[in-house]
Design a protein around this ligand. Structure first.
Ligand SMILES: Cc1ncc(COP(=O)(O)O)c(C=O)c1O
Length: 374
Protein backbone atom coordinates (compact mmCIF):
# COMPACT_ATOMS: atom_id res chain seq x y z
CA UNK A 1 0.00 0.00 0.00
CA UNK A 2 1.26 3.51 -0.76
CA UNK A 3 1.77 6.05 2.03
CA UNK A 4 -0.82 8.36 0.49
CA UNK A 5 -3.98 8.51 2.58
CA UNK A 6 -7.01 6.94 0.93
CA UNK A 7 -9.01 9.87 -0.37
CA UNK A 8 -12.58 9.68 0.91
CA UNK A 9 -13.29 13.40 0.69
CA UNK A 10 -14.69 13.89 -2.80
CA UNK A 11 -17.47 16.16 -1.54
CA UNK A 12 -14.78 18.60 -0.42
CA UNK A 13 -13.15 18.52 -3.83
CA UNK A 14 -12.18 16.11 -6.59
CA UNK A 15 -8.87 15.67 -8.36
CA UNK A 16 -8.80 17.05 -11.90
CA UNK A 17 -9.40 14.12 -14.29
CA UNK A 18 -6.49 13.29 -16.64
CA UNK A 19 -8.74 13.77 -19.66
CA UNK A 20 -9.68 17.22 -18.33
CA UNK A 21 -6.04 18.24 -17.80
CA UNK A 22 -5.25 17.16 -21.36
CA UNK A 23 -8.15 19.19 -22.74
CA UNK A 24 -7.23 22.38 -20.89
CA UNK A 25 -3.43 22.33 -21.20
CA UNK A 26 -3.19 23.75 -24.75
CA UNK A 27 -5.21 26.75 -23.57
CA UNK A 28 -2.52 27.52 -20.99
CA UNK A 29 0.25 27.34 -23.59
CA UNK A 30 -0.12 27.82 -27.34
CA UNK A 31 -3.86 28.62 -27.53
CA UNK A 32 -3.74 31.80 -25.47
CA UNK A 33 -6.15 34.06 -27.40
CA UNK A 34 -8.65 36.39 -25.79
CA UNK A 35 -12.13 35.23 -26.84
CA UNK A 36 -13.27 38.87 -27.21
CA UNK A 37 -10.55 39.55 -29.79
CA UNK A 38 -11.10 39.09 -33.52
CA UNK A 39 -7.54 37.83 -34.01
CA UNK A 40 -7.25 34.21 -35.24
CA UNK A 41 -6.13 33.25 -31.72
CA UNK A 42 -9.12 35.05 -30.26
CA UNK A 43 -11.55 33.30 -32.58
CA UNK A 44 -10.04 29.95 -31.68
CA UNK A 45 -10.49 30.69 -27.96
CA UNK A 46 -14.08 31.82 -28.61
CA UNK A 47 -14.84 28.55 -30.35
CA UNK A 48 -13.41 26.60 -27.40
CA UNK A 49 -15.51 28.57 -24.90
CA UNK A 50 -18.67 28.04 -26.93
CA UNK A 51 -17.99 24.33 -27.28
CA UNK A 52 -17.58 24.07 -23.51
CA UNK A 53 -20.85 25.94 -23.05
CA UNK A 54 -22.58 23.30 -25.18
CA UNK A 55 -20.97 20.47 -23.20
CA UNK A 56 -22.06 21.92 -19.85
CA UNK A 57 -25.56 22.63 -21.17
CA UNK A 58 -25.86 19.09 -22.49
CA UNK A 59 -25.09 17.57 -19.09
CA UNK A 60 -28.12 19.27 -17.52
CA UNK A 61 -30.43 19.28 -20.54
CA UNK A 62 -30.18 23.04 -21.11
CA UNK A 63 -29.58 25.27 -24.16
CA UNK A 64 -26.03 26.57 -24.54
CA UNK A 65 -27.25 30.17 -24.31
CA UNK A 66 -28.60 29.42 -20.83
CA UNK A 67 -25.10 28.84 -19.38
CA UNK A 68 -22.98 31.62 -17.84
CA UNK A 69 -19.47 30.73 -16.70
CA UNK A 70 -18.48 31.86 -13.20
CA UNK A 71 -15.67 31.12 -10.76
CA UNK A 72 -17.58 28.32 -8.99
CA UNK A 73 -20.48 27.41 -6.77
CA UNK A 74 -20.20 30.42 -4.47
CA UNK A 75 -20.24 32.91 -7.31
CA UNK A 76 -23.07 31.11 -9.10
CA UNK A 77 -25.21 31.20 -5.95
CA UNK A 78 -24.41 34.89 -5.48
CA UNK A 79 -25.34 35.70 -9.07
CA UNK A 80 -28.58 33.72 -8.80
CA UNK A 81 -29.65 35.15 -5.44
CA UNK A 82 -28.25 38.68 -5.46
CA UNK A 83 -29.07 38.99 -9.15
CA UNK A 84 -32.71 38.50 -8.16
CA UNK A 85 -32.68 41.25 -5.48
CA UNK A 86 -34.06 43.94 -7.76
CA UNK A 87 -36.85 41.79 -9.21
CA UNK A 88 -40.07 43.39 -7.99
CA UNK A 89 -42.36 40.31 -7.72
CA UNK A 90 -42.18 39.84 -3.96
CA UNK A 91 -39.39 40.30 -1.45
CA UNK A 92 -39.93 36.93 0.16
CA UNK A 93 -37.27 34.26 -0.21
CA UNK A 94 -37.91 30.65 0.78
CA UNK A 95 -35.08 28.29 1.58
CA UNK A 96 -34.19 25.37 3.84
CA UNK A 97 -32.52 25.22 7.22
CA UNK A 98 -29.58 23.25 5.80
CA UNK A 99 -28.14 25.45 3.07
CA UNK A 100 -24.46 25.96 2.36
CA UNK A 101 -22.97 29.31 3.49
CA UNK A 102 -22.75 30.19 -0.22
CA UNK A 103 -26.57 30.46 -0.11
CA UNK A 104 -27.05 31.64 3.47
CA UNK A 105 -24.77 34.66 3.11
CA UNK A 106 -26.25 36.07 -0.13
CA UNK A 107 -29.75 35.61 1.36
CA UNK A 108 -28.62 37.56 4.43
CA UNK A 109 -27.43 40.25 2.04
CA UNK A 110 -30.91 40.45 0.48
CA UNK A 111 -32.36 40.74 3.97
CA UNK A 112 -29.95 43.45 5.14
CA UNK A 113 -29.63 45.52 1.99
CA UNK A 114 -32.96 45.08 0.23
CA UNK A 115 -35.36 44.34 3.11
CA UNK A 116 -36.25 40.87 1.87
CA UNK A 117 -37.83 38.40 4.29
CA UNK A 118 -36.16 34.98 4.38
CA UNK A 119 -38.36 32.04 5.31
CA UNK A 120 -36.35 28.98 6.38
CA UNK A 121 -38.11 25.65 6.01
CA UNK A 122 -37.29 22.97 8.59
CA UNK A 123 -36.11 19.52 7.50
CA UNK A 124 -37.13 16.09 8.75
CA UNK A 125 -34.92 13.34 10.20
CA UNK A 126 -33.74 12.52 6.64
CA UNK A 127 -32.66 16.15 6.14
CA UNK A 128 -35.47 16.57 3.62
CA UNK A 129 -37.71 19.65 3.47
CA UNK A 130 -41.37 19.24 4.24
CA UNK A 131 -43.24 20.61 1.24
CA UNK A 132 -46.17 21.58 3.41
CA UNK A 133 -43.80 24.13 4.96
CA UNK A 134 -43.61 26.19 1.77
CA UNK A 135 -45.38 29.35 2.97
CA UNK A 136 -48.58 30.61 1.40
CA UNK A 137 -48.63 34.07 -0.19
CA UNK A 138 -46.36 35.64 -2.77
CA UNK A 139 -42.79 34.40 -3.10
CA UNK A 140 -40.00 36.19 -4.97
CA UNK A 141 -37.35 33.47 -4.83
CA UNK A 142 -37.12 29.87 -3.72
CA UNK A 143 -33.60 28.51 -3.29
CA UNK A 144 -32.77 24.96 -2.28
CA UNK A 145 -29.67 22.82 -2.04
CA UNK A 146 -30.24 20.01 -4.55
CA UNK A 147 -27.94 17.52 -2.80
CA UNK A 148 -26.48 18.13 0.62
CA UNK A 149 -22.70 18.36 0.91
CA UNK A 150 -22.46 16.65 4.31
CA UNK A 151 -25.46 14.34 4.55
CA UNK A 152 -25.98 13.57 0.87
CA UNK A 153 -29.76 13.99 0.96
CA UNK A 154 -31.39 14.95 -2.34
CA UNK A 155 -34.25 17.44 -1.99
CA UNK A 156 -37.64 17.21 -3.77
CA UNK A 157 -36.71 20.16 -5.97
CA UNK A 158 -39.33 19.48 -8.68
CA UNK A 159 -42.17 19.67 -6.15
CA UNK A 160 -40.57 22.72 -4.49
CA UNK A 161 -40.30 24.42 -7.92
CA UNK A 162 -43.98 23.82 -8.62
CA UNK A 163 -44.99 25.30 -5.26
CA UNK A 164 -42.75 28.37 -5.64
CA UNK A 165 -43.84 28.97 -9.23
CA UNK A 166 -47.48 28.75 -8.14
CA UNK A 167 -46.68 31.52 -5.64
CA UNK A 168 -45.19 33.67 -8.42
CA UNK A 169 -41.50 33.18 -7.58
CA UNK A 170 -38.46 31.94 -9.42
CA UNK A 171 -36.48 28.89 -8.32
CA UNK A 172 -32.77 28.44 -7.83
CA UNK A 173 -31.14 25.13 -6.96
CA UNK A 174 -27.63 24.86 -5.61
CA UNK A 175 -26.42 21.94 -7.69
CA UNK A 176 -22.78 22.16 -6.57
CA UNK A 177 -22.79 18.64 -5.08
CA UNK A 178 -25.30 17.10 -7.47
CA UNK A 179 -24.16 17.91 -11.00
CA UNK A 180 -21.82 15.17 -12.19
CA UNK A 181 -22.81 12.78 -9.37
CA UNK A 182 -26.47 12.19 -10.24
CA UNK A 183 -28.53 12.79 -13.38
CA UNK A 184 -29.67 16.40 -13.33
CA UNK A 185 -32.22 17.75 -15.79
CA UNK A 186 -33.26 21.38 -15.46
CA UNK A 187 -36.53 20.55 -17.20
CA UNK A 188 -37.37 17.73 -14.79
CA UNK A 189 -36.45 19.90 -11.80
CA UNK A 190 -38.38 22.87 -13.16
CA UNK A 191 -35.74 25.30 -11.92
CA UNK A 192 -34.98 28.72 -13.39
CA UNK A 193 -31.43 28.87 -12.04
CA UNK A 194 -28.95 26.10 -11.21
CA UNK A 195 -25.44 26.45 -9.78
CA UNK A 196 -22.57 24.20 -10.89
CA UNK A 197 -19.16 23.93 -9.19
CA UNK A 198 -16.36 22.60 -11.40
CA UNK A 199 -14.11 21.26 -8.67
CA UNK A 200 -16.80 18.87 -7.46
CA UNK A 201 -16.87 17.14 -10.87
CA UNK A 202 -13.19 16.63 -11.67
CA UNK A 203 -12.56 20.08 -13.18
CA UNK A 204 -10.20 22.57 -11.50
CA UNK A 205 -11.09 24.85 -8.62
CA UNK A 206 -12.16 28.37 -9.53
CA UNK A 207 -14.54 27.52 -12.37
CA UNK A 208 -18.28 26.98 -12.36
CA UNK A 209 -21.44 27.90 -14.17
CA UNK A 210 -24.91 29.22 -13.60
CA UNK A 211 -27.81 27.92 -15.66
CA UNK A 212 -30.26 30.76 -16.32
CA UNK A 213 -33.49 29.66 -17.98
CA UNK A 214 -34.32 31.69 -21.11
CA UNK A 215 -36.48 34.65 -20.15
CA UNK A 216 -35.24 34.85 -16.52
CA UNK A 217 -34.17 38.41 -15.72
CA UNK A 218 -30.98 38.56 -13.69
CA UNK A 219 -28.86 41.57 -12.72
CA UNK A 220 -25.07 41.30 -12.78
CA UNK A 221 -23.24 41.37 -9.46
CA UNK A 222 -19.89 42.32 -10.99
CA UNK A 223 -19.83 45.33 -13.31
CA UNK A 224 -17.47 45.63 -16.24
CA UNK A 225 -17.38 44.80 -19.93
CA UNK A 226 -19.85 42.65 -21.81
CA UNK A 227 -18.46 39.13 -21.40
CA UNK A 228 -20.98 36.42 -20.61
CA UNK A 229 -23.79 38.73 -21.76
CA UNK A 230 -22.60 41.28 -19.19
CA UNK A 231 -23.62 38.91 -16.40
CA UNK A 232 -20.06 37.90 -15.62
CA UNK A 233 -17.76 40.58 -16.99
CA UNK A 234 -14.02 39.98 -17.12
CA UNK A 235 -11.84 38.15 -19.63
CA UNK A 236 -12.91 34.53 -19.67
CA UNK A 237 -10.85 31.89 -17.87
CA UNK A 238 -10.57 29.98 -21.15
CA UNK A 239 -8.49 27.01 -19.97
CA UNK A 240 -10.75 26.35 -16.99
CA UNK A 241 -13.89 26.83 -19.07
CA UNK A 242 -12.56 24.24 -21.54
CA UNK A 243 -11.82 22.02 -18.54
CA UNK A 244 -15.36 22.35 -17.22
CA UNK A 245 -16.72 21.44 -20.65
CA UNK A 246 -14.50 18.36 -20.83
CA UNK A 247 -15.42 17.41 -17.26
CA UNK A 248 -19.12 17.75 -18.06
CA UNK A 249 -18.78 15.50 -21.10
CA UNK A 250 -16.80 12.95 -19.11
CA UNK A 251 -19.32 13.02 -16.25
CA UNK A 252 -22.15 12.39 -18.68
CA UNK A 253 -20.31 9.42 -20.16
CA UNK A 254 -19.45 7.86 -16.79
CA UNK A 255 -22.55 8.80 -14.83
CA UNK A 256 -24.67 5.63 -14.96
CA UNK A 257 -21.79 3.25 -14.30
CA UNK A 258 -20.26 5.38 -11.55
CA UNK A 259 -23.58 5.83 -9.81
CA UNK A 260 -24.06 2.07 -9.66
CA UNK A 261 -20.44 1.36 -8.73
CA UNK A 262 -20.21 3.99 -6.00
CA UNK A 263 -23.59 3.06 -4.54
CA UNK A 264 -22.42 -0.55 -4.21
CA UNK A 265 -19.13 0.50 -2.60
CA UNK A 266 -20.86 2.93 -0.26
CA UNK A 267 -23.28 0.19 0.80
CA UNK A 268 -20.39 -2.21 1.37
CA UNK A 269 -18.67 0.39 3.53
CA UNK A 270 -21.79 0.79 5.67
CA UNK A 271 -22.13 -3.01 6.01
CA UNK A 272 -18.55 -3.35 7.18
CA UNK A 273 -18.70 -0.44 9.61
CA UNK A 274 -22.09 -1.22 11.10
CA UNK A 275 -21.21 -4.88 11.58
CA UNK A 276 -18.21 -4.06 13.78
CA UNK A 277 -18.89 -0.73 15.49
CA UNK A 278 -21.49 -1.12 18.19
CA UNK A 279 -24.19 1.56 18.13
CA UNK A 280 -22.91 3.20 14.94
CA UNK A 281 -25.44 5.76 13.75
CA UNK A 282 -26.16 6.16 10.05
CA UNK A 283 -26.72 9.87 9.40
CA UNK A 284 -27.05 9.59 5.60
CA UNK A 285 -30.53 8.20 4.85
CA UNK A 286 -30.83 4.84 3.10
CA UNK A 287 -32.71 6.27 0.13
CA UNK A 288 -32.77 9.44 -1.93
CA UNK A 289 -29.15 10.43 -1.46
CA UNK A 290 -26.00 10.99 -3.48
CA UNK A 291 -24.49 7.60 -4.38
CA UNK A 292 -21.06 8.49 -3.03
CA UNK A 293 -21.82 9.88 0.41
CA UNK A 294 -21.90 8.11 3.76
CA UNK A 295 -22.07 10.08 6.95
CA UNK A 296 -21.94 8.06 10.14
CA UNK A 297 -21.65 9.03 13.79
CA UNK A 298 -19.78 7.12 16.43
CA UNK A 299 -21.50 7.53 19.77
CA UNK A 300 -19.45 9.07 22.56
CA UNK A 301 -16.47 9.90 20.36
CA UNK A 302 -15.43 13.02 18.50
CA UNK A 303 -15.38 12.58 14.72
CA UNK A 304 -12.21 14.67 14.68
CA UNK A 305 -10.47 12.31 17.12
CA UNK A 306 -11.56 9.34 15.08
CA UNK A 307 -10.10 10.72 11.87
CA UNK A 308 -6.92 11.84 13.60
CA UNK A 309 -6.32 8.33 14.90
CA UNK A 310 -7.14 6.73 11.54
CA UNK A 311 -3.98 7.67 9.71
CA UNK A 312 -4.53 6.40 6.18
CA UNK A 313 -7.86 8.09 5.51
CA UNK A 314 -8.61 11.58 4.21
CA UNK A 315 -12.20 12.46 5.16
CA UNK A 316 -14.24 15.18 6.90
CA UNK A 317 -16.15 15.56 10.15
CA UNK A 318 -19.57 17.00 10.85
CA UNK A 319 -18.14 19.86 12.82
CA UNK A 320 -15.96 22.92 12.49
CA UNK A 321 -12.98 23.44 14.76
CA UNK A 322 -12.02 26.96 15.83
CA UNK A 323 -9.26 27.47 18.37
CA UNK A 324 -9.61 23.92 19.68
CA UNK A 325 -13.40 24.13 20.17
CA UNK A 326 -15.61 21.89 18.05
CA UNK A 327 -18.94 23.28 16.88
CA UNK A 328 -21.43 20.81 15.42
CA UNK A 329 -22.71 21.44 11.90
CA UNK A 330 -25.95 23.42 11.92
CA UNK A 331 -27.36 21.10 9.22
CA UNK A 332 -26.92 18.07 11.46
CA UNK A 333 -28.66 19.85 14.33
CA UNK A 334 -31.45 20.95 11.96
CA UNK A 335 -32.18 17.31 11.06
CA UNK A 336 -32.58 16.54 14.73
CA UNK A 337 -29.23 15.10 15.80
CA UNK A 338 -28.13 16.02 19.30
CA UNK A 339 -24.90 18.07 19.52
CA UNK A 340 -23.22 15.01 21.01
CA UNK A 341 -24.06 12.78 18.04
CA UNK A 342 -23.29 15.55 15.52
CA UNK A 343 -19.82 15.96 17.02
CA UNK A 344 -19.23 12.24 16.45
CA UNK A 345 -20.05 12.47 12.74
CA UNK A 346 -17.65 11.55 9.98
CA UNK A 347 -18.34 12.08 6.28
CA UNK A 348 -16.87 9.56 3.88
CA UNK A 349 -17.34 10.61 0.27
CA UNK A 350 -16.27 8.23 -2.47
CA UNK A 351 -15.14 9.04 -5.99
CA UNK A 352 -14.08 7.58 -9.30
CA UNK A 353 -10.77 6.36 -7.91
CA UNK A 354 -12.32 4.51 -4.95
CA UNK A 355 -11.87 0.74 -5.15
CA UNK A 356 -13.28 -2.20 -3.21
CA UNK A 357 -9.82 -2.65 -1.67
CA UNK A 358 -9.96 0.97 -0.44
CA UNK A 359 -13.30 0.26 1.21
CA UNK A 360 -11.86 -2.76 3.05
CA UNK A 361 -8.85 -0.75 4.27
CA UNK A 362 -10.95 2.23 5.30
CA UNK A 363 -13.47 0.03 7.10
CA UNK A 364 -10.89 -1.96 9.05
CA UNK A 365 -8.95 1.19 10.02
CA UNK A 366 -12.07 3.00 11.21
CA UNK A 367 -13.28 -0.04 13.13
CA UNK A 368 -9.92 -0.33 14.90
CA UNK A 369 -9.86 3.38 15.76
CA UNK A 370 -13.47 3.38 16.94
CA UNK A 371 -12.77 0.42 19.22
CA UNK A 372 -9.72 2.16 20.64
CA UNK A 373 -11.68 5.37 21.31
CA UNK A 374 -14.87 3.99 22.86
C1 LIG B 1 -23.60 22.63 -1.68
C2 LIG B 1 -22.49 23.57 -2.00
N1 LIG B 1 -22.76 24.77 -2.50
C3 LIG B 1 -21.79 25.65 -2.82
C4 LIG B 1 -20.47 25.34 -2.62
C5 LIG B 1 -19.41 26.34 -2.97
O1 LIG B 1 -18.80 26.00 -4.18
P1 LIG B 1 -17.34 26.59 -4.56
O2 LIG B 1 -16.38 25.96 -3.64
O3 LIG B 1 -17.15 26.18 -5.99
O4 LIG B 1 -17.42 28.06 -4.41
C6 LIG B 1 -20.13 24.09 -2.10
C7 LIG B 1 -18.71 23.73 -1.84
O5 LIG B 1 -18.38 23.08 -0.89
C8 LIG B 1 -21.17 23.18 -1.78
O6 LIG B 1 -20.91 21.98 -1.27
Amino acid sequence: MSDEPIYMDHNATTPVADHVVEAMLPYLTELYGNPSSTSPQGLQARRAVERAREQVAHLIGAHADEIVFTSGGTESNNLAIRGTAAQPVSRVAVTSAIEHPATVAPLAHLQDQYRWKVHEMPVDAHARIELAAVPTGDIGLGTLILAHNEIGTIQPVAEFSAAVHAAGGRVHADGAQAVGKIAVSVAALGVDLLSIAGHKLYAPKGIGALYIRRGTDISAVLRGAGQERGLRPGTENVASIVALGAAAELAERLLDDEMKRQTALRNLLWERLSADIAGLIRVTPYDGTLPNTLMVAIPHALGADLLESTAPIAASTGSACHAGTHTPSSSLLAMGLTPDVALGAVRLSLGRSTTAADIETVASSLVASAKALT
